[in-house]
Design a protein around this ligand. Sequence first.
Ligand code: R1P
Ligand code: URA
Length: 321
Amino acid sequence: MKQTLTDANFPRTADHRVYHLGLRPGEVANRIITVGSPSRANGIATHLDTEPKPFVLTSERGFTTITGRFRGVPVSIVSIGMGFPNMDFFVREVRECISGDMLIIRLGSCGALVDVPVGSVVIPSSSVAISRNYDFDFANPASTAEPPYRISKPAIADAFLHEERRISLTAFTYSFYSSQGRQTSFPDRNTDLIEHLREGNLNVSTLEMETFHLYHLAKCWSGGQPGRAVPAIPLTTGPVRPATSKTPPVGEATLERPLAGKDTVIRAAAVHLVYASRLSQGFITPSEVNALEDWTGLGVLTALANTEIPSDKLHVETGSV
Ligand code: R1P
Ligand code: URA
């Protein structure tokens, strides 16, 4: 940690940067693609307009945000790393940096349980969570009546990526290994897990580690929790740039208004790239990854830019966004 933070409840720096992503209002757009790796983020960013030059910030915790314009529409690409805790940091901290609606598409890799080749693209309309049951005795399974894994009810995607409501279920897991049915040297008691997930009443198509939590938080959002005063944060009306630039410091020209705003929505969807086929045991090659990420990155940018956000639900700052 390099900067002094205040407010133990929702820590921020004096210039309103959130703790883990390092962003402040004006540096992130209402339309966001979230990915797992910086290389995927940088690849997608090659499709952004060159003017104005995109803003780039990598936080000390490894979150990278690239904010620019795609065909004139402000968008951000945020690389968050892996797993639901990072998705949680991302959604909650970005939410506090943006006024109005949020449109989020996760573009992430997955393993497929259905018979599709590696390099296929799946758009999951819903997601279940598979959690390791810590009350199960993995060392002495006979001693517990509990199941080793728990499967939640589904969380549903926003329909904005779906031309029609095809049911495609992804399962989100806490581990790449145990709860995705992989065999390692640990006694994970998961040899029948894949088969169970493929059964008719579940019919899971893909496995990955963030989408359920994104869908879940988006559906929970209700314009700010009733009873919690949304802080009025002074926002710059001038351009927001990295601290090194010569633009006026935050606070020189400010306006006070609540950030999230009432009646705002978070619309979340996901695009899954099949890196691993759990049926054929095939794994995607690096050159296939490059081509697939480029193609789907452009598609996701286009979908985001074409999705309407009402003008009174857009962040109105004239900073990077
Ligand atoms: C595991 O290799 C990682 O890949 C998938 C999983 O969800 C997990 O984060 O997504 P990303 O490619 O977006 O990181
Ligand atoms: N990401 C996952 O979480 N699982 C896979 O099998 C491949 C990518």
